[in-house]
Each structure stands twice: as structure tokens, then as C-alpha cells.
Write a protein that binds this ligand. Structure first.
Ligand code: NAD
Length: 417
């Protein structure tokens, strides 16, 4: 992951004729904090956990990036994600650099008390190197608003004053932003609609009732599907880790979620309107979902799900990368040559960090906006980000991902003094 992120930056920077020292500045993280945390487990024994906070680039502003708790997290992964945050924040037009944090832990194996002690220990350890104008953490894989609440509480104890802008993704009761939960899915939909409008201007009138398959029915996939359905798109398939459903006439997202909550999985939930009926659809595997003949494919679960193994079977003409890195380099090259339009993750899923930015602004000014205001600002910002990438892509006749990296690198290097 780190090699491929660095290779992409190097390739783009070389095409832009940047000199080798500038490329090094774009590749190397500015700070890499590595530490061991010791907490007392419920058993009374002490246990040591390894963790990192990597601050990649701060040319555009304070570092911004999530914290993940995962048993397989390694330093290289954290560094790669920090690097991609620098690119994503620049693409989104935010006044931020990129960072990421991680702890090697399986949080499902911890009690609630152990999880709280670990979260507080991490916040206490990084307190000296983060801050509202320095580095602003947020949730990532396996970290939640509750964990952010423990972390900011610990941080504020260490520094001795309230600082609601230092962590984002907090519960609304302690300074979180309305609209943050749905922000990534909502932002993806705004980008998709902006793309369809541009294409309609270029080719044919704006099509209605386009079909969509969504892989992943978690925070991102569910809200994307729900909001897209409300806008008139036809969601024909959704899936989770246990498999998916295909409903040719279009499924009801809300009823499908209700059924999933009851059964523990979407498989078997063929729901139209307010009813689920076995005759309305069929169960499909995650592999089949990706290969459906739909207009738009939305991978919103895991990385590398479209690779050399299945790239030739993909039939969608538009892919909206809502997960991080769902398409491998090889598959990306192949599909781009086939004329498939791929909306890159650094743009498609930037709604989350954009509303984190809005949360930071609200925390700093001590004045909180209505959900409507937050959604409106998100739309303005993400559509503006899309237009810059689209224009570069048209002007230089390059795919959107290449255009996104070019625009990001241009913005970052122009702020390097
Ligand atoms: P989540 O944990 O809420 O949901 C993940 C979904 O993927 C679940 O429905 C799960 O069942 C499904 N899934 C897991 N393994 C699967 C498999 N093998 N096949 C198919 N589905 C599988 O996570 P999320 O927050 O929705 O994040 C999804 C993706 O979006 C990740 O790549 C994440 O990094 C990215 N992302 C999330 C946000 C955000 O704000 N939540 C922001 C940017 C990017």
C-alpha cells in the first residue's frame, strides 16, 4: 500500500517535472511518532500495545487524519494512509495536511473498560504532538464517536483547557457536527450527480432511473444507497460480509436495513416498498455483485476487491470508489482503457473529512450549524472539488484519478515555502 501510494505520487510528480528533492518532500513524512502503551487489563495484569501517529505533510495546514485500532496494523500502512490523507485533503480543498494513527489491537477482544483505558493512554501519549492548529485526529477503522469522546476528554485534562476542535467525529453532545454520520455517503452522491450532469452536457441528456449496485452496507454503503434511492436511482443490489441480494426492479434500502437488523445479514432480504418477499429477488455473492450489468458500481466495503482476477467481468460504465483503494493498479489501468469512468476514492469519499473540517470550524468558533446548513456547505465544497478535478481531466485528457493527484500535488507544492 505504501509502495503504491508513493509510486503514484512519484509518477505524477515526474510528469509534472518536479525536481527530485521536491518529490522527496512529497514522499517522506515530516514526523513519525512510534510508541508502546501499557495499560492494566481487567485481570490486573499489564499489557503493552504498539502504536503510531504519523504526520505526513503540513504545507496546506495542520495535519488531519483518523486513528485505527486493528490487529494487523503496521507502520507502513499508517504511513501510507497518512500520505493519502495529504492528497485527499488537498483534493477536497481543505486547509489541512495529512496524518494517521494506529494501534495494533483487536478491540473486539477488549472489555469496555480496557478499551477506554487504551484510548485514554493513546490520547495522553499523543497530546504533546497534536492540537487544534497542529494535528486533528478523527475516527477510522474500529474507532467510534465514543472513543473520540474518551480521547478528547483525556487530551483536555493534559492540556488543561477545553478544545473541541482538536478531535472530530465526536458525539454531537460534546461538540460533534450534525450530518457527520451520513457525510461520506452523502458526499459520494453529490460527486456522482455532478459527474452525471457534466456527462449529460457532453453526450446525451441526463438519464433517470440509473441502476446501482453497492458492495458494503455499513456506514458508507447504507447512507449512500438510502440517499441515492431518494434521488430516483434504482438500487438493484447491496451486500455485506455475508453476501448480497439482487432485486431487479429496485430494492427498498430502508426496509432492507430493517430486515438486515432482524436477521443479522442482508442475504435473504428481498425488500420492495415496505415488504420483503422471497419472489422479489435472489441472493448473490459479493463477487457476483461486482459483475452485475448495472450502470453504476459502488464498492463501499474493502480495498482491492476489483483486481486482475475479475476486471474483465466488470460491466458497469461508472465506478464510484467509496471504499479506500477498492481497485488495484492493474485493474485500474485496464478498466480506464476500456472507457470505464472511475471516480477516485480521494474525491468520492472525501465527504467524511469535509464534514470533519466543518466540525473543526464549528468547534473553533463555538457556534454550531443546523444539519441543513452543514449539508449545504458539504455540497458546495465537494462539487467545487469535483469541478477542479473534472476540468483538469478534460483539459489534459487524463483519467480523473490522475487529474486528482495532479491537482493535489500542485496545491501542496505551491504552499511549500
Ligand atoms: P463499516 O464497518 O460501517 O461497513 C463496512 C461494510 O462492509 C459492512 O456492511 C460489512 O459487512 C461489509 N463488508 C465487510 N467485509 C466484506 C466483504 N468481504 N465483502 C463485502 N462486504 C464486506 O465501514 P464504513 O465506515 O462504511 O467504511 C467502508 C469503506 O469506506 C472503508 O474502505 C473505509 O475506509 C471507507 N471510508 C469510510 C469513511 C467513513 O466516514 N466511514 C470515510 C472515508 C472512507
Amino acid at each position: 500500500m505504501l509502495e503504491s501510494a508513493q509510486a503514484l505520487i512519484t509518477k505524477t510528480a515526474e510528469r509534472m517535472r518536479l525536481d527530485s528533492e521536491m518529490i522527496k518532500r512529497l514522499i517522506e513524512p515530516e514526523f513519525s511518532h512510534e510508541f508502546a502503551l501499557t495499560i492494566t487489563m481487567d485481570s490486573g495484569r499489564q499489557k503493552v500495545f504498539k502504536g503510531w501517529r504519523i504526520q505526513h505533510n503540513s504545507a496546506l495546514g495542520p495535519y488531519k487524519g483518523g486513528i485505527r485500532f486493528h490487529p494487523e496494523t503496521v507502520r507502513e500502512e499508517v504511513q501510507a494512509l497518512a500520505t493519502l490523507m495529504s492528497i485527499k485533503c488537498a483534493v477536497a480543498g481543505l486547509p489541512y495536511g495529512g496524518s494517521k494513527g494506529g494501534i495494533v489491537v483487536d478491540p473486539k477482544k477488549l472489555s469496555k473498560g480496557e478499551l477506554e483505558r487504551l484510548s485514554r493512554a493513546f490520547a495522553g501519549r499523543i497530546a504533546r504532538v497534536i492540537g487544534v492548529d497542529v494535528d486533528i485526529p478523527a475516527p477510522d477503522v474500529n474507532t467510534t464517536p465514543q472513543i473520540m469522546a474518551w480521547m478528547i476528554d483525556e487530551y483536555q485534562k493534559v492540556v488543561g483547557y477545553k478544545s473541541p476542535g482538536t478531535f472530530t467525529g465526536k458525539p454531537v453532545t460534546i461538540g460533534g457536527s450534525l450530518g457527520r454520520t451520513e457525510a461520506t455517503g452523502r458526499g459520494g452522491l453529490f460527486v456522482l450527480q455532478a459527474l452525471l450532469k457534466k456527462r449529460a452536457n457532453h453526450n446525451s441528456p441526463l438519464q433517470k432511473n440509473l441502476t446501482i449496485a453497492v458492495q458494503g452496507f455499513g456506514n458508507v454503503g447504507y447512507y449512500f444507497a438510502k440517499l441515492a434511492e431518494a434521488e430516483g436511482f434504482k438500487i438493484v443490489a447491496v451486500s455485506d460480509s455475508k453476501g448480497g441480494v439482487y432485486v431487479g426492479d429496485g430494492l427498498s434500502v430502508e426496509t432492507t436495513m430493517k430486515c438486515k437488523r432482524e436477521k443479522g445479514m442482508v442475504a435473504g432480504c428481498y425488500c420492495r416498498g415496505s415488504v420483503c418477499d422471497l419472489k422479489s429477488g435472489r441472493t448473490i455473492s459479493n463477487e457476483e455483485l461486482l459483475e452485475l450489468p448495472v450502470d453504476i458500481l459502488v464498492p463501499a466495503a474493502l480495498e482491492n476487491v476489483i483486481s486482475e482476477k475479475n476486471m474483465k467481468k466488470i460491466k458497469a460504465k461508472i465506478i464510484l470508489e467509496m471504499a479506500n483503494g477498492p481497485i488495484t493498479e492493474e485493474a485500474y489501468e485496464y478498466l480506464s482503457k476500456q472507457g470505464v469512468v472511475i471516480i477516485p476514492d480521494v474525491l468520492a469519499n472525501s465527504g467524511g473529512v469535509t464534514v470533519s473540517y466543518l466540525e473543526w470550524v464549528q468547534g473553533r468558533q463555538g457556534y454550531w450549524w443546523s444539519e441543513e446548513e452543514v449539508n449545504k456547505k458539504l455540497e458546495e465544497m465537494i462539487v467545487r472539488a469535483f469541478r477542479a478535478i473534472w476540468d483538469r481531466s478534460v483539459e489534459k485528457k487524463i483519467p480523473l484519478k490522475q487529474a486528482a493527484f495532479e491537482v493535489a500535488i500542485e496545491r501542496i507544492t505551491s504552499a511549500m515555502v
